[in-house]
Design a protein around this ligand. Structure first.
Ligand code: SAM
Length: 286
C-alpha cells in the first residue's frame, strides 16, 4: 500500500482503531515525494545504520530501508506497533524498538544494533521534543550525521550563520559540534493532521573536532548560555547576571579586549568570539 496516500492511510488507521495524539506530536507525511527526499538528504546508504525517532506508520522508515544497511526505529506510541507490524512486514532490515527515545541509551542501542555500520539519524521529529531530542543526539558522538524535519522557524534559527543576529545559545551549541544546513522546506499541507506551522529539513554533519578550541567546555558553555540569559540585553548586562562572581567592569573589559563593542548582544558573537571571551573571563579575577 501507499503509506502516504491520504485515503489509504485513513483506512489503515481506522482499521486499527488508531487516534492521533497531539501530545506525541503525531503529524504523518502524506506526500510520498517528501519521505523519499528526506531519506536522500540523509545520505544513508548500505554502509549506514539509521536510527529513526518516531516511525509513525513507517512512510520514512520504508524509504530508509531501501537505502540503508539497517534501520532501527524507536516508537513511543504502543498503539502504532500493530500498524507497523503490518506496514513493515517483509522489510528485513527494519527493526522497531518500542520506547521513549528521550530516555533510551542511544549509544548502547547503536552499538548493539549497528555493529560494523556507520550510525546516522534520520527522523521527522515530534515538534514537542525537538530541543531535548536534538541535544541528546548531538551529545551522542557515534552519530555521524543527524537529518531531522523540524518546525521551519526552528530550522532557520539553527542554521543561521554565527553572529548573524538570528541564532541563540542552542544554535551555538549545535554549531560547536555539527555543521547544520537547511536543505528542504515542507509546507504544512504535506501532513495529516495538518499542523499550524510549516516544516524544514535540517541536515547536521558531525565535525571531526569541535568548531573552536574552547579550553574549558563547561565554562565556555556557561558563558554562551549566560550571554542569552537576559533577552534583548547587552552581553555585558546578561553576563553580569549570569556570572555573579565577575564584576561588571571585568566583563566590560573582557568584551573590549575581544575587539567587541560594549553594547554588543549575544546573537552577534561567533563561536570564536565566545572562545576568546570565555578564556579571558575564566582567567580574570573578580
Ligand atoms: N515518521 C512518521 C512520518 O514522517 O510520517 C511520523 C512522524 S510524527 C511527526 C512523530 C512520531 O514520533 C509519532 O509516530 C510519535 O508517536 C512518535 N514519538 C513522539 N514522541 C516520541 C518519543 N519520545 N520517542 C519515540 N517516538 C516518539
Amino acid at each position: 500500500m501507499n503509506l502516504c496516500n491520504e485515503r489509504e492511510l485513513r483506512a489503515l488507521l481506522e482499521r486499527h482503531g488508531f487516534r492521533f495524539s497531539k501530545s506525541m506530536g503525531q503529524n504523518f507525511l502524506i506526500d510520498a515525494a517528501v519521505p523519499a527526499a528526506i531519506a536522500d538528504a540523509s545520505g544513508a546508504d548500505r554502509s549506514c545504520g539509521v536510527l529513526e525517532i518516531g516511525p509513525g506508520v513507517g512512510a520514512l522508515t520504508a524509504e530508509l530501508s531501501e537505502r540503508a544497511g539497517k534501520v532501527v526505529s524507536v516508537e513511543l506510541d504502543r498503539a502504532l506497533l500493530p500498524v507497523l507490524a503490518e506496514t513493515m512486514d517483509g522489510l528485513g532490515n527494519v527493526e522497531i524498538v518500542p520506547g521513549d527515545a528521550l530516555k533510551l541509551d542511544l549509544s548502547a542501542l547503536a552499538a548493539e544494533k549497528f555493529g560494523g555500520l556507520t550510525p546516522v539519524v534520520c527522523a521527522n521529529l515530534p515538534y514537542n521534543i525537538t530541543s531535548p531530542m536534538l541535544e541528546k543526539l548531538v551529545l551522542t558522538p557515534c552519530f555521524q550525521s543527524v537529518t531531522v524535519l523540524l518546525q521551519k522557524e526552528v530550522a532557520e534559527r539553527l542554521s543561521a550563520p554565527e553572529g548573524s543576529g538570528d541564532g541563540g545559545a542552542f544554535s551555538l551549541f549545535l554549531r560547536y559540534y555539527m555543521e547544520p544546513a537547511l536543505v528542504l522546506e515542507v509546507p504544512r499541507e504535506k501532513f495529516l493532521p495538518r499542523p499550524k506551522v510549516d516544516s524544514a529539513l535540517l541536515r547536521c554533519a558531525r565535525r571531526t573536532s569541535p568548531a573552536v578550541d574552547a579550553e574549558d567546555e563547561d565554562y565556555f558553555f556557561r558563558v554562551v548560555r549566560g550571554a542569552f540569559l537576559l533577552r534583548r540585553k547587552t552581553i555585558v548586562n546578561s553576563l553580569a547576571a549570569a556570572l555573579p562572581e565577575r564584576s561588571k567592569d571585568v566583563i566590560r573589559e573582557a568584551v573590549r579586549a575581544c575587539g567587541l563593542p560594549e553594547t554588543v548582544r549575544g546573537e552577534r558573537l561567533t563561536l570564536q568570539d565566545f572562545a576568546n571571551l570565555s578564556r579571558l573571563l575564566r582567567a580574570a579575577g573578580t
